[in-house]
Design a protein around this ligand. Structure first.
Ligand code: LLP
Length: 434
């Protein structure tokens, strides 16, 4: 977070709040989110893209009612991809016209909920869905604005599980096979639907804009084809290029700022539009990680420490913390790289740094939170450690594995902390039992 600092005694303060007090008050593991950091990143994106409503916060990265209120207050739009995310946005009184619904298999009740709420966009992802949504809209006497999700055939340079624009995967209508053009025909024929945009999302945690450029070029190519086949479509104003801008997880990472991405996208879209004799569309994006990721840390308490001898005589120190893969599955799932720091005090002056592996408390050997990091050799049970940049896809992908309670999540701002989500309790475990 931008507002993190260490006191003279080496204690970390987040937005002016002592991390030890946070742990005392709310327990550990604890997610601590810097509200001003979150809001500043919303504004940075809004400025970069010239209009806050063109920036859709991808709520799958992290969502709670309070977060949806912050996003609404900052004037952004929001992307939801399930009935649950939609319900949370609506509970926050998020303006429906600034909500877009995604998903490759939205259920009929989800589509109905979105149409009845009057969401500003539904991103259609299959022929079945086009027919289904058309019927739902017509039955209600409304015309639903839709975008068509296009698979542009880009190989994004990121982990396989989070790359989404190569042909062989579940999302979107393929451009090269002609499915995307056929989807346009079907939407234009459907009296319950109004085509407002074309959408592409190439993947996540991307540092190199070239993938976005190829995607933009191909989407504009489709726009030109549509214009040739159908003439000018007044409602078709938007090209949404999805999310995916990467963030720094360790000091070695150097992601491009949103303004640079915005400038590159603008330039390439402009060039392609001029080339094809098209007017400039509105360029929308859907950042999740780049808004919520950097400003949150997870605070854990160290429980046990163990040295293990490796082949060749080297040793590895295992530092066990009180959470693990249930609050951060990213290391186990994507080989994600994080760093870990002692935050509740300074290390002793004579302490050496030792190579450590930070592991959780789950009954699974793959329950690794940080594969390799340097921690002082005086690290002891009871110390607090923190992992930076855990705001995106950690809480939102949290599970109850081994029946661990989901951690609490607190927001800090100007020296004050408040709980956004309380820790699960043992009673919560029994809530669903019949
Ligand atoms: N738009 C669409 C259509 C998406 O599918 C996604 C992410 C986003 C926007 C937001 O992408 P972002 O700006 O946050 O990269 N669980 C994985 C990431 C999966 C992303 C899924 N879709 C992770 O922890 O890295």
């Amino acid at each position: 977070p931008r507002n993190a600092a260490r006191t003279a005694a080496g204690v970390v303060e987040l937005a002016g709040v002592d991390v030890r007090e946070l742990a005392e008050q709310y327990g550990t593991p604890l997610f601590v989110m810097d509200e001003q950091d979150f809001r500043a990143r919303c504004r940075e994106h809004a400025e970069a893209f010239g209009d806050p409503t063109l920036v859709h916060y991808a709520s799958k990265a992290f969502l709670s009612v309070q977060i949806a209120k912050w996003v609404a207050e900052e004037g952004l739009s929001i992307d939801v991809c399930s009935g649950g995310e939609l319900a949370i946005a609506l509970r926050a009184n998020f303006p429906a016209e600034r909500i877009a619904l995604h998903g490759n298999n939205k259920s009929v009740p989800e589509l109905i909920a979105a149409v009845e709420a009057g969401v500003g966009g539904i991103v259609v992802d299959s022929y079945h869905e086009i027919a289904r949504l058309d019927q739902i809209a017509r039955e209600r006497g409304v015309v639903q604005p839709v975008l068509i999700r296009v698979t542009v055939g880009v190989e994004a340079h990121t982990h396989e599980f989070i790359a989404t624009a190569h042909e062989d995967q579940k999302f979107g209508f393929s451009l090269s096979s002609g499915d995307a053009a056929e989807a346009v025909r079907r939407v234009l024929k459907a009296s319950g639907l109004k085509l407002v945009g074309l959408h592409s999302h190439i993947g996540s945690q991307i540092f190199d804009a070239s993938g976005f450029e190829v995607a933009a070029r191909r989407v504009i190519g489709l726009l030109a084809d549509v214009r040739r086949e159908h003439g000018e479509i007044d409602s078709l104003t938007t090209v949404d290029l999805g999310g995916g801008l990467g963030i720094a997880y360790t000091p070695d990472d150097d992601p491009p700022p949103p303004a640079e991405l915005a400038r590159q996208l603008h330039n390439i879209v402009q060039k392609e539009c001029e080339h094809n004799g098209l007017g400039m569309p509105r360029i929308a994006v859907e950042p999740g990680r780049a808004i919520v990721g950097p400003g949150t840390v997870t605070v854990y308490e160290v429980g046990t420490i163990k040295d293990v001898e490796l082949d060749g005589g080297a040793r590895r120190r295992y530092v066990s913390v009180d959470g693990g893969m249930s609050d951060n599955i990213r290391t186990a799932l994507y080989d994600a790289v994080y760093d870990c720091k002692l935050v509740s005090r300074a290390a002793e002056p004579e302490a050496r740094a030792v190579l450590c592996r930070v592991v959780g408390k789950h009954c699974e050997a793959g329950d690794i939170v940080v594969r390799d990091c340097w921690l002082p050799d005086d690290l002891a049970p009871g110390d607090l450690v923190a992992i930076a940049a855990t705001g995106a896809y950690c809480y939102s992908m949290a599970s109850g594995y081994n029946r661990l309670p989901r951690p609490a999540l607190a927001a800090v701002t100007d020296g004050e902390a408040r709980l956004l989500l309380r820790r699960e309790t043992e009673d919560d475990l029994f809530r669903l039992e019949v």
